[in-house]
Design a protein around this ligand. Structure first.
Ligand code: ADP
Ligand code: ASP
Ligand code: MG
Length: 417
């Protein structure tokens, strides 16, 4: 008998038929003798609908109240799934995040899980009941409802699995695993049977929304066996997130991620003096705006250009702050662009393969795609370009690095599929 946490995303519980199908799958796992905890998202589109509803009442809703509203989406699905399980004759019990006592910090709309009480859940499991928990939500120490950020049900599931020391956390979604890139953009994308946690972390943080980044961080920290599977098909083992690199030589590139949620800002003609980076980014940080990539050009005439990227939702705010800073620094001007995309190649195999960056730049140059910014780490190379090139660039790189289905070099195929 194993303890399994299963998470079902929005499309997997998108209508009554899908909820009935999920109930059958859960029943099947339970009937095989396993203890099952189910974490569910809101029905697809519901979180967006609630967000729009809130904005129709207040353009910038107070985040505490927004969390109260958004948390209702998941409350609907835990009740419906528990009813569907009851119809199948399964004893099931639904809980909101606050009922379980998923304790978080107080950062509304992006709260972090601090602690999970497991007594009630463990008691239910020991009594043979299936436990159904609302994803994406928790409660802070002052009893306020909090939410964990978009895609946060993944994190609820992995944190629950860590707390209960589950044998496996299964993320059921609308694709049958983690692919070399988003299969909705590149039909030639290939499913990976395994991917290292390190690579998954980089893909998630670079824009692959198949798993929320914090869920992968939890899996990494607590060594939770994590698998991504399809709730729409009954076959296949999905993708296992592993904690060790393959002993066989790993493929150079595991996958390609793209992120269209960023915007770029530049302060031109900044006096080239010590402390300038701090004076530019200090006020940005104080306004709670996160900065991703940073590029500072070498000075030529005693001035320098300073460019960085922020989340697109923070673009206007960052632009305003920067106008002020530019004046104080006597910089020439501030410019910006919120129609950009960041494309990232990820692979632990990069450590042992030289020349990946130049191969990437050559492939993009052959398509006449201009690169605006570049950043590299040990296992990732990211480039920023005009958003209109997203699809062309991702497809080009996917082909250039031999990731297209059935075109991969033989020795790489053996270690990844
Ligand atoms: P859920 O509602 O089940 O949480 P999400 O929409 O959050 O589902 O995540 C699944 C989606 O992630 C897929 O439909 C796919 O379009 C997208 N995706 C992006 N990158 C990848 C990737 N590398 N592999 C698989 N899916 C990906
Ligand atoms: N319902 C939330 C969202 O749409 C959380 C989740 O689905 O994971 O982001
Ligand atoms: Mg998701």
């Amino acid at each position: 008998m194993a303890l399994i946490v299963q998470k079902y995303g929005g499309t997997s519980v998108g209508n009554p038929e899908r909820i009935a199908a999920v109930a059958r799958r859960v029943q099947h796992t339970h009937a095989a003798g396993h203890q099952v905890v189910v974490v569910v998202s809101a029905m697809s589109g519901e979180t967006n609908r609630l967000t729009t509803l809130a904005r129709s009442v207040h353009p910038e809703p107070p985040l505490r109240e927004l969390d109260v509203l958004l948390a209702t989406g998941e409350q609907v699905t835990i009740a419906l799934l528990s009813m569907a399980l009851a119809k199948l004759g399964c004893a099931a019990c639904s809980y909101t995040g606050s009922q379980v006592r998923i304790l978080t910090d107080a950062a509304h709309s992006k709260a972090r899980i601090l602690e999970i009480e497991q007594a009630q859940v463990a008691a239910d499991l020991n009594a043979g009941r299936i436990v159904v928990i609302a994803g994406f939500q928790g409660i802070d120490t002052n009893q306020n409802i909090t939410t964990l950020g978009r895609g946060g049900s993944d994190t609820t599931a992995v944190a629950m699995a860590a707390a209960l020391q589950a044998d496996e956390c299964q993320i059921f979604t609308d694709v049958d695993g983690v692919y070399t890139t988003d299969p909705r953009m590149v039909p030639q994308a290939r499913r990976l049977t395994r991917i290292t946690c390190e690579e998954m972390l980089e893909l998630a943080s670079s824009g692959s929304k198949v798993l929320q980044i914090r869920s992968v961080e939890f899996a990494h920290k607590f060594r939770v066996p994590l698998r991504v599977l399809s709730s729409f098909s009954d076959t296949g083992d999905g993708t296992l997130i592993t904690f060790e690199e393959s002993p066989v030589e790993t493929a150079r590139i595991a996958g390609i991620a793209f992120n269209r949620d960023e915007a770029k800002l530049t302060v031109q003609g900044v006096p080239d003096q010590p402390g300038v980076a701090h004076r530019i980014l200090g006020p940005i940080g104080e306004a709670n705006v996160e900065v991703d990539m940073i590029v500072q050009n070498t000075a030529h005439d005693g001035t320098t250009d300073f460019t960085f990227t922020v989340h697109r939702g923070d673009y206007a705010k960052a632009h305003n702050i920067l106008q002020n800073t530019a004046q104080q620094l006597s910089a020439r001007q501030v410019s910006g662009d919120d129609q950009i995309v960041k494309i990232s190649l990820v692979g632990v195999g990069m450590r042992s393969h030289a020349g990946i960056a130049s191969q990437m730049f050559a492939a993009l140059a052959a398509e006449n795609i201009n690169i605006q910014m570049i950043s590299t780490s040990e296992i990732k190379i990211s480039v920023v370009m005009e958003e209109k090139y997203t699809e062309l660039a991702v497809r080009t790189l996917h082909t250039a690095f031999g990731l297209d289905i059935d075109t991969q070099p033989q020795e790489e195929k053996t270690c990844r599929t």
